[in-house]
Ligand binder design. Sequence first.
Ligand code: MN
Ligand code: MN
Length: 361
Amino acid sequence: MSGRSSDPVGPVDGRKVPRFAGSGSFARLPEIDRVPDYDVAVLGVPFDNGTSYRPGARFGPMAVRQASRHLRPGHHVELDCSPFTAIQVVDAGDVPVTPFSIEEAMGQIAAHAGDLLQGDRKVIAIGGDHTIALPMLRSVNRAHGPVALVHFDAHLDTWDTYFNAPTTHGTIFRRAFEENLLVEDHSIHVGIRGPIYGRADLDDDRRFGFRTIRASDLDDLGVQGTIGAITERVGDLPVYLSIDIDVLDPSFAPGTGTPEAGGLTSRELLRVLRGLTSLNLVSADLVEVSPAYDHAEITSIAAATVIFDIVALLGLRSLGSAGQDGLDAPGGGDERSSTGGRQHRRNRRDRAGRRYRHIWL
Ligand code: MN
Ligand code: MN
């Protein structure tokens, strides 16, 4: 993170212009052409032709931007940081993506994201269905080489094909493995649950070098244990963070394409994310918000808050401070990562001194 602007232009101040008025950009941030440069671009990717059940995630960017009006983005209380004063974040609009050809759409998304990523800039993509993670990973690889994937989802998304289609929202991470987009044996799924078509799906996934913290494992690991397991898995590697909103229980995210009972609460997801302060995040996505199935913006408010938290993690890293999560300050000493960023490493013991147990499939 360069700190390209010494005085970043932040969101419209909700004390001067009410949050329900004015700009419709994410968090009412400046649009990309309103500032000379940026560190992080929020990019809408309104594509949902890779969905296997409920469609409609093409309207996700619009709904998440609208819900982001609820945010008071001046200060992140738990992370104790004001990210929009640390880094220049912009809304880069939407990729003008075709609704008629998956392959053509993949090229459009990769090209658009690739342009935005140049110069060690970062992109947070708002889906769209999860298919968009594949072109995102391709463009991130052109900038950084292979990355570790931290993947929050009810589903593995490592199927081979579906009705003979190789590129769907359920196959992207197998494609990413085959294309060597991921650093071997450093990626992790979090929140997996629900029945699957066959046991072989799990064997395949493990063969591709993924590890899994199931939703049910969270009950045993706890928030701190989950944070410790993710942090240990990815280390100092460049990380791509991919969050399928269906990692949340349908009671917390009804507006999504393939809901599964027994998921995380919003608070669990946010607490885990807020503990990932040591991650070397290079880009991220938040996908699968399908607003036609939402009620009272439940899903899109959760999604907007998650994106603000990702921004806060990037802002913290830029500030060179791990901050506080308000409950459990990171343990261990400061270290310099291979990328030169100042990091805190979480102690692999929780506050009571217990070692984290790793319950991986
Ligand atoms: Mn999913
Ligand atoms: Mn998914």
